[in-house]
Design a protein around this ligand. Structure first.
Ligand SMILES: NC(=O)c1ccc[n+]([C@@H]2O[C@H](COP(=O)([O-])OP(=O)(O)OC[C@H]3O[C@@H](n4cnc5c(N)ncnc54)[C@H](O)[C@@H]3O)[C@@H](O)[C@H]2O)c1
Length: 297
């Protein structure tokens, strides 16, 4: 019961990441409002949580529409009397190589993630300030916030904007004791691979993305050698929502098995027999661009 007495509002309540985070917040004692564009999705998530004896309510609203966000915050406060935490993951991805980028698709992605981030932060913070609550605001990023990705210009730009929005909001809200942090997952264990798996799976049709990686390539690059589960993200969200993280703000928690911090050229376990030392030994030393001697004859 690490969140006993707290109230959380989740924006984006699908059964993968948002629903799992809502479930874990509720399991730790929070009363949780789950909101989604799609009321049926929010209701399903709330029913899942309530069936297990925890407290949740379903709300419908669009996190990129200011009136909706203001209403969702107000409805949460009206129902539960306060708001201590929000978790936001709302947005719309469009994949496209930059040379083929459709302006409407670009604009939708660019306007969705950072705008939802700003609006949810703004209205949750206003309610927290009005009540004197030292709350916690959490945004879901992606490794896309930190790297370039083929066919991902819109998504990477949007998530990078959300990252710096969160950092700046953390500075704006520090004097009110409100914390703003982010969580960065890499590609998730399930769901993703039903859409973007390797050629061997039946029913697969190649995504129209050049230079895309296979599941096996991706897995080999993760030092902890598995994809993150939604529960891995939910534990990070519980920590950021709780008073255990009361001195952490403006931070990003990577939940990626070490992917972001590994030496980029190192692929754990993938070894052709030529390591960097033997390669160097067979290589000429150069000075001013000219070979001066062979390291090992
Ligand atoms: N699935 C992955 O592999 C992965 C990897 C890295 C990061 N992420 C990030 O995690 C978050 C959740 O991912 P997911 O896979 O669970 O996505 P999902 O598509 O399964 O769920 C997202 C939910 O948000 C809702 N939503 C979308 N736009 C909204 C809006 N404007 N207002 C209200 N609700 C809205 C959708 O209806 C959906 O229920 C996203 O921010 C995504 O970018 C996902």
């Amino acid at each position: 019961m690490r969140l006993n007495g707290k109230v959380a509002l989740v924006f984006g309540a699908g059964p993968n990441i948002g629903g799992t985070i809502a479930h874990f917040l509720a399991r730790e004692g929070a009363r949780v409002a789950v909101s989604d564009l799609n009321l049926a999705v929010a209701e399903k998530t709330a029913a899942f949580i309530c069936d297990r004896g925890f407290e949740a309510a379903a709300l419908a609203g669009d996190a990129v529409v200011e009136a909706d966000v203001a209403r969702l915050v107000a409805e949460t406060v009206a129902r539960y009397g306060r708001i201590d935490c929000i978790v936001n993951m709302a947005g719309k991805i469009h994949w496209s190589p930059v040379v083929d980028m459709d302006l409407a698709a670009w604009t939708e992605t660019l306007l969705s993630y950072p705008t939802a981030g700003m609006l949810t932060t703004k209205h949750a913070a206003r309610a927290m300030i009005a009540a004197g609550t030292r709350g916690s605001i959490i945004h879901l990023l992606s490794t896309a916030a930190h790297f370039g990705e083929a066919a991902g210009a819109a998504y990477t730009a949007a998530k990078a904007a959300l990252l710096n929005l969160a950092r700046s909001a953390a500075m704006d809200l520090a004097h009110d004791g409100i914390r703003v942090n982010t969580i960065t997952p890499c590609a998730m264990e399930h769901q993703l691979w039903t859409k973007m798996s390797d050629e061997l799976e039946t029913g697969y049709s190649a995504p129209p993305r050049r230079s895309f990686y296979s599941r096996d390539d991706y897995l080999k690059a993760i030092p902890l050698e598995r994809f993150p589960r939604a529960s891995d993200l939910a534990w990070a969200a519980v920590f950021l929502a709780s008073d255990e993280s009361s001195f952490i703000t403006g931070a990003d928690i990577p939940v990626d098995g070490g992917l972001r911090f590994k030496y980029p050229a190192w692929t754990p376990g993938d070894y052709t027999g030529v390591n960097i030392e033997s390669y160097a030994a067979e290589t000429s030393v150069t000075e001013y661009g000219e070979p001066v001697r062979k390291l090992r004859p």
